[in-house]
Design a protein around this ligand. Structure first.
Ligand code: A3P
Length: 304
């Protein structure tokens, strides 16, 4: 136990999260047609959810009346550690999407480590997509987010103290290296089942990675769709600038059904912002931990 997080099944979380993860493992049933998005917090979850939702539903909605224009991707793609049973996930789909979930590919997301996924997510044919991000940017993003929402784990900590804990592996769903290695090793064993993406590569060549994503989800873009510019439309719809603008305008005109401020999910959306927050010593220590825990185990270098 740290001051605010507990370790359970090898990862850190608040007690309510650890309990809901257990319930999820017992009750959640994946369908072969689902797609499961897995990430650590602050590694690009919002972006991946928006892209996967837009890809899965591209034949259903015109861009002018797309649900993403009205509802944030967090609402359209349920987290399975919170919506633990299939009924809850189905309810969620009906409430937010207003169409029967049975007719669409369910896009679900999770922060659970690979070892703690519900069994059916691993044994069913449902594709898994893992997105990771270089640890220095993930940490800086996380520190800003937690400070902004006043979180009970990192919320009131100085950046130095939060960094020390992060380097020692204490963070939600951490140690961060264990989370990444779990999915990385599983993706090497079952590349058809698990697509491993990085935030940096997504930023570098979004079109290429979006095509890979659609293919892995079982709905590759046809030549006709490519010629019509559908991929570019989806990329624009889900861009940082567009999602941020949409969220801010929702905030202003109050198309909201709760008090949560989702604008906090859009800060800078760039690679390498860590340089503005970490001292050279802090960066070096995190690099060293990353080297020992990830690169020395064969994990490729991050482009940061
Ligand atoms: P920064 O804090 O570095 O800006 P998550 O969605 O997992 O919580 O991750 C949040 C991070 O992803 C934030 O990073 C946020 O700005 C960035 N982000 C959100 N939407 C994005 C988008 N559409 N494209 C690129 N980055 C995005």
């Amino acid at each position: 136990k740290s001051d605010f997080l507990y370790q359970h099944q090898g990862f850190w979380g608040q007690p309510r999260l650890l309990l809901s993860s257990e319930a999820c493992q017992k009750q959640f049933q994946a369908y072969d047609t689902d797609v499961l998005l897995a990430t650590q917090p602050k590694s690009g979850t919002t972006w991946l959810k928006a892209l996967a939702f837009a890809i899965a539903n591209r034949k259903r909605y015109a861009l002018s009346s797309h649900p993403l224009l009205l509802s944030i991707s967090h609402k359209l793609v349920p987290f399975i550690e919170h919506g633990t049973s299939n009924d809850e996930v189905a309810d969620h789909h009906q409430i937010s999407n207003n169409y029967p979930s049975s007719q669409s590919q369910r896009v679900l997301s999770t922060h659970l480590p690979y070892a703690s996924l519900p069994k059916s997510a691993k044994t069913s044919a449902c594709p898994i997509v893992y997105l990771c991000r270089n640890p220095k940017d993930t940490f800086v993003s996380k520190w800003h987010y937690m400070s902004k929402i006043g979180s009970e784990d990192f919320g009131s900590l100085s950046i130095e103290r939060a960094h020390d804990l992060y380097c020692r592996g204490v963070s939600l769903f951490g140690p961060f290296w264990k989370h990444i290695l779990g999915y990385w090793e599983a993706s090497l064993e079952s590349p058809k089942k698990i697509l491993f993406l990085t935030y940096e590569e997504m930023k570098e060549d979004t079109e290429y990675q979006v095509k890979r994503l659609a293919k892995h989800m079982g709905c590759p873009f046809s030549t006709e769709e490519e010629n019509k510019g559908i991929i570019q439309d989806i990329i624009k719809l889900c861009s940082f600038e567009n999602l941020k603008k949409l969220e801010e305008s929702r905030e202003n005109i109050s198309i909201k059904d709760d008090d949560d401020d989702y604008t906090v999910f859009y800060r800078k959306g760039v690679v390498g912002d860590w340089v503005n927050y970490l001292t050279p010593q802090m960066a070096e220590r995190l690099d060293q931990v990353t080297k020992e825990k990830l690169h020395d185990h064969g994990f490729p270098m991050f482009k940061d």
